[in-house]
Design a protein around this ligand. Sequence first.
Ligand SMILES: NC(=O)c1ccc[n+]([C@@H]2O[C@H](COP(=O)([O-])OP(=O)(O)OC[C@H]3O[C@@H](n4cnc5c(N)ncnc54)[C@H](O)[C@@H]3O)[C@@H](O)[C@H]2O)c1
Length: 356
Amino acid sequence: MLEHEIKVAIAGVGTIASGLLQGIVYFNEYQEKRKNILHPIIGSFKPCDIRIVAAFDVDTDKVGKDISQAIFAPINSTPKFIEVDNKGVIVEKGPVKDGLSDHLKSVITIADGEEIDVVQKLKEAKAELLICAIPSGAEEAVKAYAQAALEAEVAFINCTPTMIACDPSWARKFKKANVCLVGDDLQSQAGGTVLHKGFLDVLKEQGVIIKDTYQLDVAGGLETLNTLDDDRKQYKREVKERTLKQAFKNEINLASGTSDYLEFLGNRRIGHFWIRGEGFMGMPIKIDIRLETLDGPNGAATLIDVIRATKVAINRAGSGPITSICAYGFKAPPVFSDRHNAHKWFAEYLEGIRAE
Ligand SMILES: NC(=O)c1ccc[n+]([C@@H]2O[C@H](COP(=O)([O-])OP(=O)(O)OC[C@H]3O[C@@H](n4cnc5c(N)ncnc54)[C@H](O)[C@@H]3O)[C@@H](O)[C@H]2O)c1
């Protein structure tokens, strides 16, 4: 094992996991030519320093397989960009709890066999951090993984919208245990939320009064099928809308979320942005934009930065929510900031001039 490796465990071998594993190989192969990420190096770590040491899922098509094969299970819609070598890491059956919504149960069969003891596995694999990338709204399962990370004293990265880093009681528990915590709800590189915020910020900075706006997606990945369940859809929508409302202090009418699942779109996500505002002398302004992206690489680009920054936090013996990393990489951070400030905090944290 190399000294410089970041030993990562992941719960949920889906779209994001596929983007992450392929992204690490991709960066390694093409790093001189096509970086396409903001931070090729973070605290001396490159993406290729990330090593998966344990993986958990519940799907019979993934459990028992090497993670390099599980990420290409047909149910995962992230396309194959690059070959991923065998990792010698077998996907284990994690605690199922409420991981699968009724819609997911119609396409996923739960693997037979016992659920693994996640705490023991994290310790055996010498994992330094656990990424939680299971479906939105799986509150009990997310909390089970957060608790396991605490008990194994492994940093926790919460990609899901379940409130962990934002929840003061979880934040206190991680702080007390001297374990790093980052989240909640990963923000994609060029995702609907970050771009919507960006468009609105520019208009606001230019003195335009924004009246009403929406950003609605249709997509074809598993996560979108999952959010067809009304409760889960509402939950995800509330997190996205809260992010924008914090930025605009409830001054505008807004809607943001995923509006439908279209299987034939596969990993593609089509976002529609609509903004109505008022410029100088009451000039009407209307903006109508369409965005097309792929969920896997979009989420993985941010995650690759977040993992390396969290390793920096671990090396500095950080504990509890690392607010700069949360504000930089997540839609619902414990301390909210606009994008410019979030990037500034992130840079200052990495330079060591900001405490958390
Ligand atoms: N770009 C992105 O993909 C993106 C961006 C922001 C946030 N997120 C969030 O990240 C999370 C994962 O997204 P995804 O697109 O990779 O989802 P996905 O649906 O593609 O994959 C989820 C995986 O979790 C597995 N799973 C279900 N219950 C489990 C359990 N109890 N234990 C272990 N595994 C379990 C499923 O079998 C599946 O393989 C979601 O909560 C999503 O909201 C994703």
